[in-house]
Design a protein around this ligand. Structure first.
Ligand code: B1M
Length: 212
């Protein structure tokens, strides 16, 4: 579908206003939010990711593409949300200490809210203490950690250890995800659940809260 290609290309050029206009146009034309997200926005971000890897584009281009991505996903948020769903549980989410990537984390948050969960967003560069203290203060059912760097994913182990040290490990589920994270890593560090994408993270979170 050409509008999805147009969205992908505008995102790659970092044209946030055009991305916003095209996403709105696609919504108005009845294209599903899932298709706009996956075949328009994420497809464009994947191209940028490959070019970044091959040194064909640099941090500034990636940053403006990320801004364009956020402009587009903001419009999809109400469509991904299920209107009027009562809160099914409480989650605190963030990108781990030392890591500033927040697009995936924002998607996970959006999907979780869409499933009726209350989500406290701690932002990026979140310390293990911040996650755990928030879970204690806000009585969260789940701590959700995102990491995009092999150099920062190790912080997730510190989150598990801090939760143990503060005596809440049996009261809170720890979910992890992000491109370098795997199920094996999840088991190695003693977290509860790894999911590869935002939609499955939201499903798993709802299931945890329902079975609590
Ligand atoms: Co960075 N970056 N970056 N970057 N960046 C990557 C991650 C990289 C793979 C690029 C590359 O080399 N190909 C590479 C990491 C290599 C590695 O560690 N293995 C990298 C690097 C090296 C860096 C810097 C170190 C570069 C530098 O400065 N030399 C630097 C680090 C800064 C820091 O964090 N301290 C850096 C900086 C940046 C920008 C600031 C320019 C920008 C981030 C802007 C922002 O987020 N606001 C950026 C971006 C945009 C990327 C790429 C291109 C795209 C990431 C992205 O948003 N993808 C990325 C390359 C790539 O991934 N192709 C790259 C789209 C997003 C939807 O996917 O976040 O994976 P993702 O989320 C997915 C799943 O992973 C999952 O759900 C989402 C989809 O549904 N998911 C979860 C995520 N969190 C989850 C949590 C869950 C469950 C699922 O449960 C709790």
């Amino acid at each position: 579908m050409s509008i999805l290609t147009d969205i992908s290309e505008a995102l790659q050029k970092g044209k946030a206003k055009i991305v916003k206009t095209l996403v709105q146009q696609a919504i108005d034309e009845g294209v599903s939010a899932k298709e706009i997200l996956e075949e328009g926005l994420l497809s464009g971000m994947n191209v940028i990711g490959e070019k970044f890897k091959n040194n064909e584009v640099y941090v500034p281009e990636v940053l403006i593409a990320a801004r364009a991505m956020n402009a587009g996903t903001a419009l999809l948020k109400p469509l991904l949300a299920e209107a009027g769903v009562a809160t099914k549980g409480k989650v605190c989410i963030g990108t781990v200490q030392g890591d500033l990537h927040d697009i995936g984390k924002n998607l996970v948050k959006m999907m979780m809210e869409g499933k009726g969960l209350e989500v406290i967003d701690l932002g990026t560069d979140v310390t293990p203490e911040q996650y755990v203290q928030t879970a204690i203060d806000q009585n969260c059912d789940i701590i959700a950690c995102s990491a995009l760097l092999t150099t920062t994913m190790g912080v997730m182990k510190d989150v598990v250890e801090t939760a143990k040290a503060k005596g809440i490990r049996d009261k809170v589920k720890i979910m992890i995800g992000g491109a370098p994270v795997t199920d094996t890593f999840c088991q190695q560090i003693g977290a509860d659940c790894y999911t590869p994408d935002a939609a499955s993270a939201a499903d798993a979170a709802v299931e945890f809260c329902a079975n609590k």
